[in-house]
Write a protein that binds this ligand. Structure first.
Ligand SMILES: [Zn+2]
Length: 390
C-alpha cells in the first residue's frame, strides 16, 4: 500500500518524500492503515517503491496482496497519468459500503470508475466478486493487467489463460473486445483486441502499443483497431493447413485425446474433416478448442439435417464474462459465417435453413485445396459486402 495516515488522520504518500525525509518520518510519525487503523510498517530502500505494509497475518482489505514492486510502480504511473489529465482521482480509496479498495478511484461528473491494476493471479472467484461488488454499487470496474501477464507469440497471436480471458472488456455492444495491459518498465500500454481463438488459450487478434505519455484515458477506452479480414484469413489459412497436417495420433495423455477419440468413434479423421470446420469465430472459449465445438456442431446438427430443413441455432454459454457488454454467441456467429458461403440461409432470429450439403475431402491434398478455396471464397464475399456498404 502506498498511502497511510498519522494519528491525526493526515494522509501520507511515501512516494512524495526523499529517502532522508522518509527516515525522519519513520522516527517522528506513527503510521496507521487508513482502513483498519492498525499500525503499519514503512518499507523503503534503494530498489523498492517506498510503501507501507501491514503486520503479518492482517485480514485487512488494504493489506498487501503480495503484488510487489512492479505492481506498486505501475500503480503510481497510472495514478499520475490520471492526475495529469485533470481527473478527480484517488489512490487506494476505500469504499466502506462494499468493503473494497480499488487501486485507483475516479469520479467523472456523476460517474464513478474503479481501476484495478492486476499483476499477479488471484482466484477467479475473487476477481468476479470484486467486479460484482463495484457494479452493484454503480461503479464501473476497469481492470488493467500488468504487462508481465502479456504472452505475445507472434505479430497477431497471443496466449491467454482462462483467468486472463476474464479481463476482456467491451463497453458497448458494438465496440471490440479488448484487454488492457500496462508495463511500468516500458512505460507503455499494450492493448489486445478482436480475439479469434485458435485453441483454448491461443488467440489471433490485433495489438496496439502506446507509450503512456502519448495516449489519454478516453483514447485508451475508445481505441478501435479494425482487423483487416484479409490479414485474418491469411493467418487462418496457415492455421488450417497446420491443423490438417498435424500428426493426429490418439495418445491418451494428450489434451486433444478426447476430440480425436470423438471423431474416431464416429468414423472421422481430423485430417479429412470438411473445410468448414475450424473457421475464425470472434469468441472466447477457454473450455473447448474451437475446432472441437465446430466439429461437434457440424456432425451432430448440420450433417443429419436434410436439405431445405430448418435449424434453430442455440448457444449454451459455458462461462460468463463479467466485463463484456454482451456475451459471445459463437454458434450463431458460426451459422452466420456458413450463411455467407451459401451453406445456410438465414430465415429469422436464430433460424437457418440448410441450402447445400457439407463437402468432405477424400484425400489430405484434396482437403488442403478445399481449405484454400473456402478462404478465397470468404475473402471475396467479405470484399463484396464491403463494396455494397460503400
Ligand atoms: Zn488495514
Amino acid at each position: 500500500m502506498l498511502k497511510a495516515v498519522n494519528q491525526l488522520g493526515k494522509e501520507f504518500l511515501l512516494m512524495d518524500f526523499s529517502i532522508q525525509q522518509i527516515s525522519h518520518l519513520r522516527s517522528t510519525e506513527n503510521f496507521l492503515c487508513p482502513i483498519c487503523k492498525e499500525g503499519v510498517l514503512v518499507k523503503a530502500g534503494a530498489k523498492v517503491v517506498p510503501h507501507f505494509a501491514h503486520k503479518p497475518h492482517s485480514m485487512c482489505v488494504n493489506a498487501s496482496t503480495g503484488e510487489g514492486n512492479y505492481h506498486e510502480r505501475g500503480k503510481i504511473h497510472l495514478f499520475k497519468w490520471f492526475k495529469s489529465q485533470g481527473y478527480n482521482v484517488a489512490l487506494e480509496a476505500y469504499i466502506p459500503e462494499i468493503n473494497q479498495r480499488p487501486d485507483i478511484f475516479l469520479t467523472i461528473n456523476k460517474r464513478k470508475i474503479a481501476i484495478e491494476y492486476q499483476c499477479c493471479r488471484i482466484s477467479p472467484e475473487m476477481m468476479l466478486a470484486r467486479t460484482r461488488g463495484y457494479k452493484r454499487y454503480g461503479i464501473i470496474p476497469i481492470w488493467i493487467l500488468g504487462g508481465n501477464r502479456l504472452n505475445r507469440k507472434r505479430t497477431n497471436t497471443s496466449s491467454f489463460s482462462s483467468f486472463d480471458q476474464l479481463f476482456f472488456h467491451q463497453f458497448q455492444s458494438n465496440s471490440p473486445m479488448s484487454v488492457y495491459y500496462y508495463c511500468p518498465d516500458a512505460k507503455q500500454f499494450s492493448i489486445f483486441q478482436n480475439p479469434y481463438p485458435i485453441s483454448k488459450t491461443k488467440m489471433i487478434g490485433t495489438f496496439d502499443f502506446y507509450p503512456i505519455q502519448f495516449i489519454n484515458f478516453p483514447q485508451l477506452l475508445n481505441l478501435q483497431n479494425n482487423f483487416s479480414p484479409n490479414v485474418l484469413l491469411d493467418i487462418w489459412l496457415k492455421e488450417k493447413h497446420s491443423f490438417r497436417k498435424r500428426p493426429h495420433y490418439i495418445i491418451k495423455a494428450s489434451r486433444a485425446y478426447s476430440f480425436h477419440q470423438y471423431l474416431y468413434l464416429r468414423g472421422y479423421h481430423a485430417s479429412l474433416l470438411p473445410s468448414i470446420i475450424h473457421l475464425p469465430i470472434p469468441n472466447l472459449s477457454p473450455n473447448e478448442e474451437p475446432y472441437s465445438w465446430q466439429a461437434r456442431w457440424v456432425i451432430e446438427h448440420l450433417l443429419p439435417l436434410p436439405l431445405g430443413e430448418r435449424i434453430n441455432v442455440i448457444d449454451s454459454p459455458t462461462m460468463r464474462y463479467p466485463l463484456l457488454n454482451k456475451q459471445p454467441k459463437p454458434q450463431l456467429a458460426y451459422a452466420r459465417l456458413l450463411t455467407k458461403i451459401g451453406l445456410l440461409k438465414h430465415i429469422q432470429g436464430n433460424i437457418f435453413e440448410k441450402r447445400r450439403e457439407v463437402q468432405f475431402p477424400r484425400t489430405l491434398h484434396d482437403g488442403i485445396k478445399q481449405d484454400e478455396e473456402l478462404i478465397k471464397l470468404l475473402k471475396s464475399t467479405i470484399k463484396e459486402q464491403l463494396e455494397s456498404e460503400e
